[in-house]
Design a protein. Sequence first.
Length: 95
Amino acid sequence: MATTERETPRPDILDRLAAAIAARVSADPTTSYVAALVAKGDDAILKKIGEEATEVVMAGKDADPAKITYEVADLWFHCLVLLAPRIGLTASFAH
């Protein structure tokens, strides 16, 4: 699938992502995927990162740019979930 136009990322996207993850880490694990994953501990988060990394490799083999982009974003998201409690991730993280 070829794309002739690329969407320009919003400059505040990292701030928005950091704020969302930070809020969800401390949310109710019964209603938040991120909170539930963090509550399960490092092994669960690391397992998810491993799964996502494998999906990036598989997407790379398929050579579909949209699929690669989606899977890399998913991997980065889960890496940020791992980092969030360790570095005090907040909306000011990106600056």
